[in-house]
Design a protein around this ligand. Structure first.
Ligand code: PBG
Length: 330
């Protein structure tokens, strides 16, 4: 072997990787706490911090504890939280009627948060599943998930969240006509300033398992394949983008994030609306599980994942790692 061989090469990409100085200058993408939205699980009570087994480091928190975490998130520069209520089984029914209770757990939490932190953006989910005794996102009749009859429920839910002070509502059931119907309901009830973060391309994914554990919201029968998208499809995502845009969405979202980077990129190219991506519970659990075995460096893996999602075209990322990441940026 001749170790002194030097060849003439006009282009040597390694020159731009030579030291941290040049690497910083040529870096194309950066993630900051400003890009992140922190999802939080709310549970009834005081001083409650109930661990979620399949999401180590995440908890179901009572509203007073939510305030504490939100204060920390805001201080670290995380601009938004997304709230998901974990209800006791006794409050669930087939029509999800607890979802529009003005004194419901979610509504009280939103009121409290907005009272304390008016500048923190509060996003609420509009879907029946956390409130439904069937564990589905829509009304169920004879084993079928009904599209149109569910709309009135979603409109009531969204308006009730807006009255509580939510800044944005996030219809997440992936059924048809949601964004337009909710937009109209919000406008008619005097909530034209409340935005819509549309779950535009949400796939029927295996990566939601830990979230369903957190809320005890897994479907009691069947699956969600008649409403959530087939993981095999990406052109269909663009069709959903056009519809949500026409119906008045303010932000479009792709979910999950990591297995769908191509979809994030395609959606970015198809719309001028801001694009969000949801780094979901299963993506969180995978990293946590591997890191706890010593098989992955958690910090490095999280940084790489968030960066990849941003590089693919997401303007903002919902992530259970948001707080950890923001703490490290201090
Ligand atoms: C329900 C909803 C789900 C998630 C967000 N909203 C679960 C589902 O569709 O079954 C999943 C989020 C996650 O896994 O982190 N409408």
């Amino acid at each position: 072997m001749k170790s002194s061989l030097i060849i003439e090469l006009a282009s040597r990409p390694r020159r731009n990787r030579k030291n941290e100085g040049i690497r910083r200058l040529v870096r194309e993408t950066a993630v900051t706490p400003s890009d992140l939205i922190l999802p939080l699980f709310v549970v009834e009570g005081r001083d409650q911090e109930i661990p979620i087994e399949s999401m180590p480091g995440c908890f179901r928190l009572s509203p007073d504890r939510i305030l504490g975490i939100a204060a920390e998130a805001a201080a670290l520069g995380v601009p938004a939280v997304a709230l998901f209520p974990a209800l006791e089984e006794g409050l669930k029914d087939p029509a999800a009627s607890e979802s529009w209770n003005p004194d419901g757990l979610l509504q009280r939490t939103v009121k409290m948060l907005k009272g304390e932190f008016p500048e923190l953006l509060v996003i609420t989910d509009v879907a029946m599943d956390p409130y439904s005794s069937d564990g589905h996102d829509g009304l169920v009749r004879d084993g079928k998930i009904l599209n149109d009859p569910t709309l009135e429920i979603l409109a009531r839910m969204a308006v009730s969240q807006a009255e509580a002070g939510a800044d944005m509502v996030a219809p997440s059931d992936m059924m048809d006509g949601r964004v337009g119907f909710i937009r109209e309901a919000l406008d008619r009830s005097g909530h034209a300033e409340v935005g819509i973060l549309a779950y535009t391309a949400k796939y029927a994914s295996a990566f939601y398992g830990p979230f369903r554990d957190a809320l005890d919201s897994a479907p009691k029968s069947g699956d969600k394949k008649t409403y959530q998208m087939d993981p095999a499809n990406s052109r269909e995502a663009l069709r959903e983008v056009l519809l949500d845009e026409a119906e008045g969405a303010d932000i479009v979202m792709v979910k999950p994030a990591l297995p769908y980077l191509d979809v994030i990129s395609a959606v970015r190219g198809a719309t001028d609306l801001p694009v969000a991506a949801y780094n979901v519970s299963g993506e969180y659990a995978m990293i946590k599980a591997a890191a706890s075995q010593g098989w992955l460096d958690e910090e490095a893996a999280v940084n790489e994942v968030l960066l990849a999602i941003k590089r693919a075209g997401a303007d903002m990322i919902l992530s259970y790692f948001a707080l950890d990441f923001a703490r490290r940026c201090q």
